[in-house]
Ligand binder design. Structure first.
Ligand SMILES: NC(=O)c1ccc[n+]([C@@H]2O[C@H](COP(=O)([O-])OP(=O)(O)OC[C@H]3O[C@@H](n4cnc5c(N)ncnc54)[C@H](O)[C@@H]3O)[C@@H](O)[C@H]2O)c1
Length: 248
């Protein structure tokens, strides 16, 4: 896969941790020039320092439209193009609670990061991709967006919205050289999962027929394929990464 990405420029959000860091490392290893975005300055500096490639890091809050638009302008000024966008930044918000216990503020916060943040990145990156007649956008969704995880209303609903966005955008840009897809992982051991209540993690892992969590390597490999030039006849689709939990 190394030569296929030659000369390409990519953006990965949530690059300071977990899936975002793993996907960034995979793409950097394949020769993609990278813009790493996260609000966690320290984590981002650590991940950036480990990459042996042409890359820049940008500390931004992806829910802030001005910060997103200025960041994309800076990336374009630096690299002149954007071929790949991986929207990986995300939060769970409160979990292990029933819908009537969900705070409206928390619901809003989760939608702001998971849906609005991914929307904003795609809104400002798409015109750049349209100018280049090429692009690969990958929104990291979740199995909870397909199946609905009890105890995780805000998170599950926000990820359903992300899946809906991939469906819409896939159709809107089909024929332009740009594909837009989503990825729906089940449980992958990261800081996000470590912060969840034990009961909530057990609920999620018990549902995986393979009886194990996915690995960061498996997530990064699949993400790299989805944003590669070879993945050219699939758009608007949500790829599965759930050890058999979702079979549709
Ligand atoms: N780990 C899993 O089991 C799992 C399963 C399904 C989906 N996902 C999704 O994968 C993505 C990555 O999850 P992870 O497990 O690697 O989580 P993580 O907590 O390890 O990493 C998420 C990153 O997003 C960043 N972030 C959060 N809000 C931000 C904001 N407003 N602006 C900029 N950066 C922000 C955080 O600082 C963090 O570095 C998320 O979208 C998550 O919902 C994870």
């Amino acid at each position: 896969m190394n030569t296929t990405f030659s000369g390409q420029v990519g953006i990965v959000t949530g690059a300071a941790s977990g899936l975002g860091a793993a996907i960034a490392a995979k793409l950097a290893g394949a020769g993609v020039k990278l813009a790493l975005l996260d609000r966690d300055a320290q984590g981002l500096a650590e991940i950036h320092g480990k990459l042996q490639s042409d890359s820049q890091s940008y500390v931004i809050d992806i829910t802030d439209e001005k910060q997103v638009s200025e960041c994309i302008d800076t990336v374009v000024a630096q690299y002149q193009a954007i071929d790949i966008l991986v929207n990986c930044a995300g939060i769970t918000g409160q979990t292990n609670i029933k819908s009537h216990e969900v705070s409206t503020d928390d619901m809003q916060r989760v939608f702001d990061v998971n849906f609005k943040g991914s929307f904003l990145l795609s809104k400002y990156v798409l015109p750049v991709m349209l100018r280049g007649h090429y692009g690969r956008i990958l929104h990291i969704a979740s199995i909870s967006g397909k199946e609905g995880n009890a105890g995780m209303l805000a998170y599950s609903a926000s990820k359903s919205a992300v899946i809906g966005m991939a469906k819409v955008q896939g159709k809107e840009y089909a024929g332009t050289g740009i594909t837009v897809n989503a990825l729906a992982p089940a449980v992958i051991q990261t800081a996000m999962v470590e912060a969840l209540p034990e009961e909530q993690v057990k609920y999620m892992t018990d549902k995986i027929p393979m009886k194990r969590c996915g690995s960061l390597e498996e997530a990064a490999d699949m993400a790299a394929f989805i944003v590669s030039p070879q993945c050219s006849f699939t758009t608007g689709f949500t790829f599965d990464l759930s050890g058999g939990r979702a079979t549709y």
